[in-house]
Ligand binder design. Structure first.
Ligand SMILES: [Zn+2]
Length: 385
């Protein structure tokens, strides 16, 4: 474990897996469980960094593949690294590019040495390997970098999952070797390993064993947000989490709705990321304390009250919901910006409530109070709050 990073568990209750803690990084502490907004190409879409911070974010994520294509890792490095590029002084995590590469790659182009695919920019052939994924991420300069793994496209196809999981383990050996050569311990960039294994208990178990045989700063659970139903995700995660070392942060990749958070925190997850709050925001949709809102609905046209009367964000404090609907309707960028800020605020406030509830031992109670209110659809029946 690198000395530049530490994970302190603050509260766990006997007989329960949920815990709160603080993940300390060279760019500051992250109270956990924590949600990380996604800044795919070096920007949390349509939201200024200070608004991301005011919404409650402590750590954000950027996507290696997108930044490797444009502007390129060397350019990011020249510009002072991701923290400068994103104007973000807090911790940043980069994915390895594996997830995106596999969604683009012809399966036959996945070889032991790496993956060949065509650039979405100009169609030119590109290659990503465990070694180059480490080199690119270290050029980008994130605090936490992710191992290059193979994410099977069908987590129920045993043969495919077996191959991808075994390859992920061999690739982790190469990632660790290259990371140690270039960065190693105490230089400020932590490597997280990724557990695969699809929906198969025995393969997940084997994967945990292989991945945790490397003493890394943290571990992620991958391959469970690629099309399975919620039950399959819950089962895979519930089975895998308790096997991971208790004293290390556990990152559940690509998860991001209120019900997912409650499920995952209850199983002992500490970190999450998802594009949900910003993507929904750009699509005129909001998570609110009264339920899910679609501002395309005409019922909001002359609504004078705030989008969410329980929210302190600039969108809810300063605008009638009908005005935000108007901005969205006419394609003004500000509409998507306001809704993204609101959704980020909603997610981070929910996560803060979850941390308090874990500390108090009242997570189930909070779940029973919150989910029936926030998950159903909501539209107003009068024109004011
Ligand atoms: Zn709001």
């Amino acid at each position: 474990m690198s000395h530049a990073f530490s994970f302190i568990i603050e509260k766990e209750i006997d007989g329960q897996r949920a815990r709160t803690g603080v993940f300390h990084t060279p760019h500051g502490p992250v109270p956990t469980p924590a949600f990380m907004p996604v800044g795919t190409r070096g920007s949390v879409k349509a939201v200024l960094p200070h608004n991301v911070k005011e919404a409650g974010a402590t750590m954000i994520l950027a996507n290696t593949l997108h930044l490797a294509l444009r502007p390129g890792p060397k350019v990011v490095r020249e510009l002072g690294g991701l923290h400068k590029l994103m104007d973000w002084s807090g911790p940043i995590l980069t994915d390895s590019g594996g997830y995106q590469v596999f969604s683009m790659a012809d399966v036959s182009k996945i070889k032991e040495k790496g993956v060949t695919f065509r650039s979405v920019i100009d169609g030119s052939p590109m290659h990503l390997s465990p070694e180059s994924a480490m080199e690119i991420q270290l050029d980008l300069g994130a605090d936490v970098i992710m191992a290059f793994d193979q994410c099977p496209s069908d987590p129920h196809d045993r043969k495919q999952v077996e191959e991808a999981t075994a390859r992920t383990h061999r690739w982790l050996d190469r990632c660790v070797k290259r990371w140690m050569e270039l960065d190693g311990l105490d230089r400020g960039h932590a490597l997280f390993g990724i557990v695969q294994g699809g929906c198969f208990d025995d393969l997940r178990r084997q994967s945990v064993e292989a991945i945790t045989s490397h003493d890394l700063v943290g571990y992620a659970i991958g391959g469970i947000s690629v099309g399975e139903g919620r039950e399959a995700i819950r089962e895979a995660f519930a089975m895998t989490t308790p096997l991971l070392p208790k004293e290390k942060p556990r990152y559940l990749m690509g998860i991001g709705t209120p019900v997912d958070f409650f499920d995952a925190v209850a199983q002992g997850a500490d970190l999450f990321d998802c594009v949900t709050p910003t993507r929904h925001g750009r699509n005129h949709q909001a998570f609110t304390s009264r339920g899910r809102v679609n501002l395309r609905n005409q019922a909001w046209t002359t609504y004078t009250g705030p989008l969410d009367p329980d929210c302190p964000c600039p969108a809810c404090m300063n605008y009638p919901a009908g005005a935000i609907r108007h901005l969205c309707n006419v394609g003004e960028m500000l509409g998507g910006t306001l809704l993204s800020i609101h959704n980020l605020t909603f997610f981070h406030r929910l996560m803060a409530d979850i941390r308090l509830a874990v500390t108090a031992g009242t997570l189930s109670k909070l779940r029973a109070q919150v989910l029936p209110r926030v998950e159903p659809r909501f539209k107003p029946t009068s024109t004011c709050a």
